[in-house]
Design a protein around this ligand. Structure first.
Ligand SMILES: Cc1cc2nc3c(=O)[nH]c(=O)nc-3n(C[C@H](O)[C@H](O)[C@H](O)COP(=O)(O)O)c2cc1C
Length: 169
C-alpha cells in the first residue's frame, strides 16, 4: 500500500475486535513513530504501548469515559518528555513533534489493516498517573490500536478549493 492509499484507507475506528495484535506488527507500527521527524531531531518523546487490560480500561476512563477505547488489545500513548522548547515560529516543539509521530502511526496502522482513533479528549493528569509519567512530561495524544469491528465510511472533507491556495492566502 503506498502512502496515499494508506491516507485514503485510514478512518477513526471506534469499535474493535479482541484479536491480538502480533508483536511484529506492533513493532512495525511503532517504528513509524520512532522514524517520524522532529524539530532539531531532538526526539524528545516517549511512545507507550499498553497491552494490560486493567491499564487500558483505566486509560479509557481517563479518556472521559470513551469505554470503547479498551476494546482494542493495545492502547498507545504519545508523550513529549518536556514542553519547554518553543520553536521560533511560536509553536511548542513537543506538541508538534509528537503529533507528527501519532499521525505516522495512524497511517502505518492503516497499512497493516489496523484501526486507530486519535484521542485528544482525556484528563492528562490522570493518564500521567496511570502511566507513571514524570512531572515534566506531556501526554499529547493516545489511540487504541486493534483490528476494526466496524468499517466506517469516509468522513466529509472540505473541498480542495476551500482549503488549498497557491502563492497567496
Ligand atoms: C487532535 C485530534 C483529537 C481527536 N480526539 C478524539 C477523541 O477524543 N475521541 C474521538 O472519538 N475522536 C477523536 N478524534 C477523531 C476525529 O473526530 C476524526 O479524526 C474526525 O472526525 C475525522 O474522521 P476520520 O478520522 O475518520 O477521517 C480526534 C482527532 C484529532 C486529530
Amino acid at each position: 500500500m503506498d502512502v496515499l492509499d494508506a491516507i485514503r484507507a485510514r478512518r477513526s475506528v471506534r469499535a474493535y475486535r479482541d484479536t491480538p495484535v502480533p508483536d511484529e506488527v506492533l513493532a512495525r507500527v511503532l517504528e513509524a513513530a520512532r522514524l517520524a521527524p522532529s524539530a532539531r531531531n531532538r526526539q524528545e518523546w516517549r511512545f507507550i504501548a499498553v497491552r494490560d487490560e486493567a491499564t487500558r480500561r483505566a486509560l479509557a476512563e481517563a479518556a472521559k469515559g470513551q469505554t470503547w477505547v479498551a476494546e482494542a488489545p493495545v492502547c498507545l500513548a504519545f508523550c513529549a518528555t518536556e514542553d519547554q522548547y518553543v520553536m521560533s515560529c511560536g509553536q511548542k516543539a513537543g506538541t508538534v513533534d509528537v503529533s507528527a509521530a501519532l499521525a505516522y502511526v495512524t497511517l502505518a496502522a492503516a497499512a497493516e489493516g489496523l484501526g486507530t482513533c486519535w484521542l485528544g479528549a482525556f484528563y492528562e493528569d490522570r493518564v500521567k498517573a496511570i502511566l507513571g509519567a514524570p512531572a515534566g512530561a506531556r501526554v499529547v495524544g493516545m489511540t487504541p490500536l486493534g483490528y476494526p469491528a466496524e468499517n466506517p465510511p469516509p468522513r466529509p472533507r472540505k473541498p480542495a478549493g476551500d482549503v488549498i491556495s497557491f502563492e497567496r492566502w
